[in-house]
Each structure stands twice: as C-alpha cells, then as structure tokens.
Design a protein around this ligand. Structure first.
Ligand code: NAD
Ligand code: UDP
Ligand code: UDP
Length: 340
C-alpha cells in the first residue's frame, strides 16, 4: 500500500469565496509556474484549447521566454506574470501546475543556491498558495530523484541513490525536498497533491543551447558540427516526446492518485545510439566525437511505467524516430537552416 493510503489527511480548506461566486462557477482558473519554459508552454497550449480554462503563467524568464507564449499574449483567458516563485504569490486559482525550476544541468548548476531556493522556497510558496485557496497542486519532479540508480528500470517505490553533496545535488536533492514538502502539506493540511516524476523529455521549443543531449545533437547536426558524445557513451536515457508528457501530466492532475508517478518513455538508448540515429535522420555526413563527461552522470535511466498505465491509462505514443524529425523542423526554423 502506498504511504498515502495509511494517512487520514484533514479535509481540504474550502475554496475561496471568489472561486465560489456565480461569476466563475464553470470556469477553471489554472496557474502554471514555469509556464514560459519548454514543457510549460506546451501545457499552456493544451489547457487553452478548453474554453472553460483560464490560464495564468508565473515565470521569471530565467530559462523560459515570452516567445514561447506569444500566440496567447492578449488572449482574454490568458495572463502572464513576471514572478519569481521564491517570493510569495497572492492570487486566486483552482489548480496549480508547479513547473518553475531550470531543468538543464548547465542552467541549474549555474547558480546552485538559487536552484535550491527555487525548489524549496518556491515549492513552499506554491503549497502555501494552494492551502490558502484550496487549490489542487501538481509538482513536476524528476527521474533525478533516483540519482545514479541501482535498480533498473526504476519503479516509484525505489528510494534512489543520490549524492547529497555533488554538483547535481541542488537539483536532485532540491526536488526530493520538494516532494517531501508536498506530502507533508498533504498529510498535515489536507492539500490535494499530485507528483509526476518526469524522465528526459524533448521536442520543439527546447532551448537551443541548453546543453541537453537531444537539443545539442540536433543543433550540432544542423550546424554541420560533430556530435559530442560524452564518455563513455554507453550511458542510457529514455526520451519522451513533449505531447505525450503533457498528456500524462494532465491525466495525473485530473485523476485521483497523488503519485508519485513516473511519466516517461521506456524506450532506452545509449548516447552513442542516439548520436547515430540523429546522424542518420538529419545529417549523415557529420562526425561523432567522444568528449569528457561531467561528474555524477547517471549511467542508466529508464522508467518503469506500470503505474502510469494502470492508474492513468497512459502510455507514450510518439517513438524517438517520429519525434526527432518534429523537433528538427522547429530547430531548422529557429536556426535558419533550410532543408536541401
Ligand atoms: P525549462 O527550463 O524550459 O522551464 C522551466 C521554467 O521555469 C522556465 O520558464 C524558467 O524561466 C522558469 N523558472 C525557473 N526558475 C524560476 C523561478 N525561481 N521563478 C519562476 N520561474 C522560474 O524546463 P522544462 O524542461 O520545461 O522543465 C519544466 C519542469 O519539468 C521543471 O520543473 C523540471 O525540473 C521538470 N523536468 C523536466 C525534464 C525534462 O527533460 N525537460 C525532466 C525532469 C523534470
Ligand atoms: N504563500 C504564498 N501565497 C499564498 C499563501 C502563502 O505565496 O497565497 C506563501 C507564504 O508567504 C509562506 C508559504 O507560502 O511563505 C507557506 O505558507 P503557509 O501558510 O503554509 O505557511 P506560513 O505562512 O504559516 O509560514
Ligand atoms: N550528453 C552527451 N552529449 C551532450 C550532452 C549530454 O553525450 O552534448 C549525455 C550526458 O553525459 C548524459 C546524457 O547525455 O549522459 C543526458 O544528458 P542531459 O544533460 O540531456 O540530461 P540528464 O543528464 O539530466 O539526463
């Protein structure tokens, strides 16, 4: 039995009077922290398709950009706030998708103390907000909570193998504390929580130079540069296309299970295999070169998605070979590289 079933949380606070008023009974007001980022902006697109949804994005633009949301700026059901989640936020909402946090190692390592503040104080503030207004809150946690896993593939019940003092710890341990805070607010204050453990996700609008492997390889292939495989190249990852990810997150939010639930694509590739696939699909004439790696790089990672299948009726639909060309198209436009 999950730890959740063993607790008897206090009843959640009643929704705020504003949200109960006859003026907005049918509408759902949804906050997306980090909504100007890669996954967040795709989630905004999907939520805006439903005319009953009002969407508010709060973002400090550290790694995200207004450009990702340009089609919604000025829309009557959409609002964009420049806001840092480490500061309190007083608004009225029904649901919170809490994504705010840099996801790429080069950005989260750039100011590690800020990354911890974002994960800990940022999540605390979102939970304080959820508590005050009686909103349901979903945290986008990460497969990095499993660290360099000793169990493969990783089920949600695995507690992980994380270095608490390494260069990735600001992110890994930050997300672990964020998960702890979520469960403590749930047990202590009856907040409705959802936790997604996201595995590597890719797709259009990824930051071109954010250093993540798929964006690096596609940009390198289009610029005619060698693909940089970090040693040993046998380390594995499992890549989920962003539309599948958004579908999984929305099912989790709307369902009854608190999670944590792994959301990711179980198709597993070594970094050499990924490089060879990108080379074959995008630019067969480029080289693949081996370069030095960074510390604490997990050797293997693959989600066990049994729980997502059972509880959410979810599984990914887009295969890597289908998703890469969709991302290539977006990168060509942004880099100004035309297809011959
Ligand atoms: P992203 O960097 O594109 O988006 C993060 C967004 O949060 C950006 O718009 C950024 O400006 C904003 N942000 C960062 N710090 C903030 C702060 N203090 N206050 C307000 N806004 C802030 O990353 P993404 O890939 O879209 O990831 C979204 C979420 O999913 C993150 O929580 C990340 O940890 C999680 N996640 C992503 C992946 C992945 O492969 N992309 C994997 C695991 C988990
Ligand atoms: N908070 C927020 N918006 C709200 C309510 C709370 O940002 O609408 C912040 C608040 O500033 C605090 C945190 O959330 O730092 C936790 O709030 P909670 O009420 O749980 O704790 P307390 O304020 O009692 O420490
Ligand atoms: N990687 C690589 N070449 C690159 C960037 C990353 O081989 O140009 C490798 C990296 O060593 C890691 C994997 O790709 O093993 C995934 O790295 P990424 O930063 O994309 O995500 P994360 O480590 O957070 O899973």
């Amino acid at each position: 039995a999950s730890s959740d079933k063993q607790t008897s949380p206090k009843p959640p606070p009643s929704p705020s009077p504003l949200r109960n008023s006859k003026f907005c009974q049918s509408n759902m007001r949804i906050l997306i922290s980090g909504g100007a980022g890669f996954i967040g902006s795709h989630l905004v697109d999907k939520l805006m398709e439903n005319e009953k949804n009002e969407v508010i994005v709060a973002d400090n633009y550290f790694t995200g950009s207004k450009d990702n949301l340009k089609k919604w700026i000025g829309h009557p059901r959409f609002e964009l706030i420049r806001h840092d989640v480490t500061e309190p936020l007083l608004i009225e909402v029904d649901q919170i998708y809490h994504l705010a946090c840099p996801a790429s190692p080069i950005f989260y390592k750039y100011n590690p103390v800020k990354t911890i503040k974002t994960n800990v104080i940022g999540t605390l503030n979102m939970l304080g907000l959820a508590k005050r207004v009686g909103a349901r809150i979903l945290l986008t946690s990460t497969s990095e909570v499993y660290g360099d896993p000793l169990i493969h593939p990783q089920p949600e019940s695995y507690w992980g193998n994380v270095n608490p003092i390494g260069v990735r710890s600001c992110y890994d341990e930050g997300k672990r504390v964020a998960e702890t805070l979520m469960f403590d607010y749930h047990r202590q204050h009856g907040i409705e929580i959802r936790i997604a453990r996201i595995f590597n996700t890719y797709g259009p609008r990824m930051n071109i130079d954010d250093g993540r492997v798929v964006s690096n390889f596609i940009a390198q292939a289009l610029r005619g540069e060698a693909l940089t495989v970090q040693k040993p190249g046998t380390q594995t990852r499992s890549f989920c296309y962003v539309s599948d990810m958004v579908d999984g997150l929305m099912r989790l939010m709307e369902g009854d299970d608190t999670g944590p639930i792994n959301i990711g694509n179980p198709g597993e590739f070594t970094m050499v295999e990924l490089a060879e696939t990108v080379k074959e699909l995008i630019n067969p004439s480029i080289e693949i070169k081996m370069v030095e790696n960074t510390p604490d790089d997990p050797r293997q990672r693959k989600p066990d998605i049994t729980k997502a299948k059972e509880v959410l009726g979810w599984e990914p639909k887009v295969k890597l070979r289908e998703g890469l060309p969709l991302m290539e198209e977006d990168f060509r436009l942004r880099l100004g590289v035309h297809k011959n």
